[in-house]
Design a protein around this ligand. Structure first.
Ligand code: UT7
Length: 322
């Protein structure tokens, strides 16, 4: 039996930091509101000439180094992003070139759930024996699509990238990954233009990222606890008698706290990094996971539930032995 296992992680956050105090000069907001309602203290913003592929390449190279392999060993690159460099070619192809890799490469779009979706794909490639080392990257440049005049949304997001190398293993690492979607709620968050709809807006610059925050919040709290419990139970673990970490998508500290409460999980077992980089969509889980591994909070051999919720609506949860 072939399983997949996370063998290396990496992260990259752009140098420029925008604090809540900095935002007070841009929109009618204040540090106290943002901290209390979201848990966010600061976000990183990429430089004008710093592309999604640059962020992703840096996180990826670190993950490859930490996995103790070379770029030549990578057999597939999957990039999760909603903010690609270009419509096409894929950001994965651009990252492949920047890294000097020689392998298939493609993007997937599942908004904030993108990393878990990418993990699901990569896990299946490894389990099927098609690839032994898959590079998964979540990379985002939300600062480019935010309406910096809209305090409801611009305070919530930041730029960044996280990456993991998933390798073939005799023992499970990734135990299972569940993903889901409900397109009936497509208008709750997203960008209302693309290629076949509202392409003119690209030049007008009049349409931006938009979110019905309150409604998304309710869906997120309900779904996040349910999918985390489900992935534990289906693998035979009693959620109330098992020692595990929760590594959730980092959107809002209140969502994380409510999720833990519903799961009857001690808050100390929830990995939180939203304070330092805000919501980085598909990058947030690998950023949080890398940080927790790097500081030694999470150790090799620990059990963790990775889970996300986002635009689509989409969601996903994975149970992994790190
Ligand atoms: O990553 C994908 C999934 N996304 C999420 O999970 C995000 C889910 N949603 C949320 O995190 C929260 O709903 C928000 C953080 C977006 C909003 O928090 P809220 O507690 O639901 O606030 P609200 O939208 O109900 O707004 C409360 C008040 C309003 O003022 P009034 O109408 O009560 O006078 C807003 O206008 O707060 C006001 N407000 C702000 N005030 C200061 C909204 N944004 C700001 C702001 N600064 N930045």
């Amino acid at each position: 039996m072939i399983y997949s296992k996370i063998s290396g992680t990496g992260a990259y956050l752009p140098e420029k930091i925008l604090t809540n105090a900095d935002l007070e000069k841009i929109v009618n907001t204040n540090d106290q509101w943002v901290r209390e309602r979201t848990g966010i203290e600061q976000r990183h913003i990429s430089a004008d000439d710093e592309l999604c592929s640059d962020l992703g390449s840096k996180a990826a190279q670190q993950a490859i180094d930490n996995a103790g392999i070379s770029v030549a060993d990578i057999e597939l690159i999957v990039v999760a992003t909603s903010t690609p460099d270009r419509m096409f070619p894929s950001t994965a192809c651009i990252i492949q070139s920047k890294l000097g890799a020689k392998c298939p490469a493609f993007d997937i779009t599942a908004a904030c759930s993108g990393f878990v979706y990418a993990l699901s794909i990569a896990d299946n490639y490894v389990r099927a024996g098609v690839a032994k080392n898959v590079l998964i990257i979540g990379a985002e440049t939300y600062s480019r699509i935010l309406n910096w005049k809209d305090r409801n949304t611009c305070v919530l997001f930041g730029d960044g990238a996280g990456a993991v190398v998933l390798k073939a293993s005799d023992e499970p690492g990734v135990m299972s990954v569940n993903i889901g979607a409900d397109g009936d709620h497509q208008d709750l968050l997203g960008i209302p233009w693309g290629v076949s709809q509202g392409y003119d807006a690209l030049t007008e610059g009049s349409k931006w990222f938009d979110m019905k925050g309150n409604e998304v919040f309710k869906h997120a709290v309900k779904t996040m606890s349910a999918i985390a419990l489900e992935v534990l139970q289906e693998n035979g673990f009693d959620p109330h008698a098992t020692d595990y970490w929760l590594i959730p998508h980092q959107a809002n500290i209140r969502i994380l706290k409510s999720t833990a409460k519903k799961m009857k999980l001690d808050q100390s077992k929830v990995i939180v990094s939203v304070d330092k980089h805000a919501n980085t969509s598909a990058a947030s889980i690998p950023l949080a996971m890398h940080g927790a591994l790097e500081t030694g909070k999470i150790k090799s051999g620990d059990l963790a539930v990775l889970e996300a919720f986002g635009g689509g609506l989409t969601w996903g949860a994975a149970l992994v032995r790190l």
